[in-house]
Write a protein that binds this ligand. Structure first.
Ligand code: UDP
Length: 479
């Protein structure tokens, strides 16, 4: 039985072993200004004890993030653990339904489901005995633990990675009850905030990718080509790829439909759908079967999974050597795969949803689409305009370097921890967290403000022209 599932006789939450990493290795990779700030801010938090708790140690963006964040926090002298909760099958089926409901699906929970959530939260709370200074709870699955365990002397932070702007009312009411008592909530974008959140301190922190992880580190082209040939991909034919969990919100069937239109124009076009099967995602198997039924008679569509050997290095090679990375999501939290592709110099054609436009603005990194037809035409256009494709990719990589690498995320975490410990720890910087200038549209911290807009005697700062024009079009929404 794998990690995360209910184990007999367990006596504590399971700790994930993440090894050791050094932030010095990021010199010359991530911006120096961010690294310098990070070392300075870490000083007064040295020795603090932090735990990140989520539902699974592999599959999906959260485990991807924690795998990098946790060892790097330790390198800064902040004693950080990563723990995963466990649960029975009904629990994970329930939390998947909660996840879908928070993302907008109009469903409610049965009595049996809400009981399963409560029962599993009670049990996990009992297994969480250690004391920490900061407890980061990721997503809805472990959110209820606080109610049963009590805070102790720790600051509790609910880190929500999904778009909860339009949650199913019943399910949101159910979850809200468990959020009372948290010291802070963190969302990826301002737009993701749910109605009436019962937590006073809310911060916006977009996730980030680790440029030195096996998924993102530099791979020589010859090695990447060998890996793709091993996967059965013909390197002499054009290739588009979507890398994501098999999930209806990622619209894999829409990708196949777009691909079929594009293939009429782009001879011999191949499609890879690479999907990982996460332990906390029972729905994935049904989607996988649906994809197989749709594609099995088509030799140019390759469906690959972690269960047949597609791990980080293979994803790295796919993102590096595909002509285009597609991410045709209908709803999305952040979509780490966008930054992953752009970091490797590959342009994206992606759904205009969630955190995707934050990473790939129109004209920077890719083309954003809202339908099967738009997706197909964007793919065709990029194949026909290689110079445009290259320029998009260049600008996309610049944007990711500036905003979406792990050191920036760590800096945001430290700043939040300082804010929450106000009165307990001195904040060593000249700028406090409140004084950090933030883009009111995307929430990004602005280090060197250049784009501004004035309203009612206030000056607002923006990370990009796109955010400024969205603000100017509807300032009331953001002020
Ligand atoms: N991923 C992977 N193998 C797969 C599918 C996905 O390694 O077959 C990784 C992907 O590279 C990314 C993460 O899983 O790092 C997915 O994160 P994202 O934010 O895009 O979506 P989520 O799954 O969190 O909704």
């Amino acid at each position: 039985m794998g990690q995360g599932l209910l184990e007999r006789g367990e006596i504590m939450l399971q700790t994930v072993d993440v090894g050791r990493r050094s932030l010095d290795a990021y010199r010359g990779v991530a911006p120096d200004a961010i690294l310098n700030d990070l070392f300075r801010h870490a000083e007064s938090l040295r020795g603090s004890r932090v735990v990140h708790i989520n539902a699974t140690n592999y599959g999906g963006g959260v485990s991807e993030l924690l795998r990098s964040v946790v060892p790097l926090m330790n390198d800064l002298g902040i004693l950080t653990d990563w723990k995963v909760i466990s649960g029975d099958n009904t629990f994970f089926e329930t939390t998947k339904r909660i996840h879908n409901a928070l993302q907008g699906a109009r469903i409610s929970l049965t009595k049996q489901e809400s009981d399963a959530y409560v029962r599993n939260m009670e049990r996990n709370a009992r297994l969480f005995e250690e004391e920490y200074d900061y407890v980061f709870i990721h997503d809805p699955q472990p959110a209820g633990m606080l109610s049963f365990r009590g805070k102790g002397s720790a600051r509790w932070i609910w880190r929500c990675h999904i778009d909860t702007s339009d949650p199913a009312p019943d399910v949101w009411d159910f979850l809200r009850g468990f959020l009372q008592g948290y010291d802070a909530a963190v969302f990826t974008m301002q737009e993701f905030l749910p109605p009436h959140i019962p937590i006073d301190h809310v911060e916006i922190i977009p996730p980030a990718i680790d440029p030195l992880s096996p998924k993102n580190l530099h791979l020589p082209e010859s090695t990447a080509r060998q890996i793709l040939a091993w996967l059965g991909i013909d390197m002499d034919r054009p290739l588009i790829t979507q890398v994501s969990r098999f999930d209806p919100w990622k619209d894999p069937m829409g990708v196949i439909a777009s691909y079929r239109i594009a293939r009429k124009e782009i001879a011999n076009l191949q499609l890879v759908l690479a999907g990982s099967m996460a332990l906390d995602d029972p729905e994935a198997w049904d989607i996988y079967k649906e994809i197989m039924n749709e594609s099995q008679n088509d030799p140019l569509i390759h469906v690959l999974t972690n269960l047949t050997g597609v791990g980080n290095i293979e994803v790295n090679a796919l993102q590096r050597l595909s002509d285009i990375i597609v991410q045709k999501s209908i709803r999305e939290g952040f979509g780490l795969v966008i930054s992953e592709a752009l970091w490797k110099g590959t342009p994206v054609v992606a759904g205009r949803t969630g955190g995707i436009p934050l990473q790939a603005a129109d004209g920077v990194g890719g083309v954003l689409v809202e339908s099967v037809e738009e997706c197909a035409h964007a793919i065709i256009d990029l194949f026909r305009n290689p110079a445009e494709k290259e320029e998009l990719a260049r600008l996309g990589k610049e944007r990711v370097t500036e905003h979406f690498l792990t050191p920036r995320l760590l800096l945001n975490h430290l700043s939040l921890m300082h804010t929450l410990s106000e009165g307990l720890l001195p904040f060593p910087q000249s700028r406090t967290a409140e004084e950090v200038r933030r883009d009111p549209v995307c929430g990004m911290a602005i280090e060197e403000p250049s784009l501004t807009s004035r309203r009612d005697d206030n000056t607002y700062y923006f990370c990009s022209e796109r955010c400024r024009s969205r603000f100017d079009a509807d300032p009331k929404r953001y002020v």
